[in-house]
Design a protein around this ligand. Structure first.
Ligand SMILES: Cc1cc2nc3c(=O)[nH]c(=O)nc-3n(C[C@H](O)[C@H](O)[C@H](O)COP(=O)(O)OP(=O)(O)OC[C@H]3O[C@@H](n4cnc5c(N)ncnc54)[C@H](O)[C@@H]3O)c2cc1C
Length: 329
C-alpha cells in the first residue's frame, strides 16, 4: 500500500513539475520528449500491474490532466506489459518484460480494429512454426519511440496477440498522421505484408467471442482521463460549480466500476466524456480570446477532451455519448 501511495505521489509531482509546465510545447512538438518518458520510467511508473485499481486511477488522472499526449503514449505502454504478465508464454515474458518495466523499451499496441464490424483489418494465417500476418492497422501510436508492440490479428473465429519489435521486416508504416489532438503521439497507419511471427512471439490465441466479452467489460469501465482533464479545468477555473459536479460523478463512476452492471457503467463513462468536454469548453469561455492561443491550456484541454470521446470507442459507448450530448443540448 505504501508503495502505491509513493507511486501516486511521484505521478502527481511529475505531472505538476515536468508535464504540465511543458504541455503546450509538447502538444506542438513533433513527438513526445523522450525525457518525459524516462522521468516516468525512473519513477517506477512503467509497471503498474501490482498497484491497486484506486492508485492506478489516481495516477492516470494526474498524468492525463497534466499533458494529454504524454499520458496517451505512456498508457499504451501498459498494454504489452499487462499482456506479457498474463501470457502463458514464459519465454516472451523473460525476453521482454524487464526491458519494458525498466523503461529500456517503450511499449505500444495495435488492436482497436478488432472492434470494427466487417472483414477483419489484420488477419493471421497459420504457417509452419508460426503465423503470417497481413492487413492494415489504421492507428498505431508511438511509432519511432516504442521498441516493442503487442499486435492483434484475427485467425478465423479466434484472435492472436503477438509481440513485434519495431523495425520488423514485412511491416510498412505511413508518415505520422496529422491529428487535431495527440499529434505528438507519432501515430501511423501500419501495413502488414507477410510479417512472419514465430510461435515464440505469440502471447495468446483465444476465441474472438471471449475477447469481445472481455473488451465489452473493459471499455465499460470509467476512464480516469476525462476526470483528470475535468479536474485540471476546475483547478484553472477557480471557483466553479463544476467542481461539485466532477466530484459527484467521479464518486458515482468509481463506485459503479466495482459492480457488474455494464449498461450503467457505459452510461456513466459517457457522462464523464461529456463532462470533460463541457469543463474544457467552460475554461475556453472563461479565458476569453487568450484561450484560443496555442500557448494557453484551455484550447489544448478541449481538443484532448474531444479525443477521449472517440478513444476506445465501442458501438454502445458511441450511442451513449451521443445521447448524453443530445440530452445536454
Ligand atoms: C490519435 C489516435 C491514436 C490511436 N492509437 C491507437 C493505437 O496505438 N493502437 C490502437 O489499437 N488503436 C489506436 N487508436 C484507435 C482508437 O482507439 C480508435 O479510434 C477508437 O477505438 C475508434 O475507432 P475507429 O475510429 O478506428 O473505428 P470506427 O470504425 O469509427 O469504430 C468505432 C466503434 O464504432 C463501431 N462501428 C463502426 N462502424 C459501425 C457501424 N457501421 N455500425 C455499428 N458500429 C460501428 C465499431 O465497432 C467500434 O466499436 C488511435 C486513434 C487515434 C485517433
Amino acid at each position: 500500500m505504501a508503495a502505491a501511495v509513493a507511486l501516486v505521489d511521484a505521478a502527481r509531482r511529475l505531472a505538476d513539475d515536468v508535464l504540465a509546465p511543458a504541455a503546450e510545447a509538447t502538444d506542438r512538438a513533433p513527438v513526445v520528449p523522450r525525457s518525459h518518458l524516462d522521468a516516468l520510467a525512473g519513477a517506477g511508473l512503467f509497471e503498474l500491474t501490482a498497484a491497486p485499481r484506486s492508485a492506478t486511477r489516481e495516477i492516470y488522472e494526474a498524468l492525463a490532466g497534466a499533458c494529454g499526449v504524454t499520458f496517451f503514449v505512456w498508457v499504451q505502454h501498459h498494454a504489452p506489459v499487462r499482456m506479457l504478465v498474463a501470457s502463458a508464454n514464459a519465454g516472451a515474458r523473460d525476453r521482454w518484460l524487464d526491458h519494458l518495466c525498466s523503461g529500456r523499451k517503450l511499449g505500444g499496441v495495435a488492436f482497436a480494429y478488432l472492434r470494427r464490424p466487417g472483414p477483419p483489418a489484420v488477419v493471421a494465417t497459420r504457417v509452419p512454426g508460426g503465423y503470417r500476418i497481413d492487413g492494415e492497422a489504421p492507428w498505431v501510436t508511438s511509432w519511432g519511440l516504442a521498441g516493442l508492440y503487442a499486435v492483434a490479428a484475427r485467425l478465423d473465429d479466434r484472435v492472436v496477440f503477438f509481440v513485434m519489435e519495431a523495425g520488423a521486416g514485412g511491416v510498412r508504416a505511413s508518415a505520422p498522421l496529422a491529428m487535431a489532438a495527440m499529434n505528438a503521439s507519432s501515430t501511423v497507419r501500419l501495413a502488414f505484408d507477410g510479417l512472419v511471427v514465430p510461435d515464440d512471439d505469440v502471447l495468446s490465441v483465444s476465441p474472438f467471442a471471449d475477447w469481445q466479452a472481455d473488451d465489452r467489460a473493459a471499455t465499460a469501465q470509467p476512464h480516469p482521463a476525462p476526470f483528470g482533464i475535468a479536474a485540471r479545468c476546475v483547478q484553472l477555473l477557480g471557483d466553479t460549480p463544476l467542481a461539485g459536479e466532477v466530484a459527484e460523478l467521479r464518486a458515482r463512476a468509481y463506485a459503479l466500476a466495482d459492480g457488474t452492471d455494464l449498461a450503467a457503467q457505459v452510461e456513466v463513462r459517457a457522462e464523464s466524456l461529456e463532462l470533460a468536454v463541457r469543463a474544457a469548453t467552460a475554461l475556453v469561455v472563461a479565458s476569453g480570446g487568450r484561450g484560443m492561443s496555442l500557448d494557453h491550456p484551455a484550447q489544448r484541454l478541449l481538443r484532448e477532451a474531444a479525443f477521449f470521446t472517440i478513444q476506445a470507442q465501442t458501438p454502445a459507448l458511441r450511442r451513449a455519448t451521443l445521447a448524453q450530448l443530445r440530452a445536454r443540448s
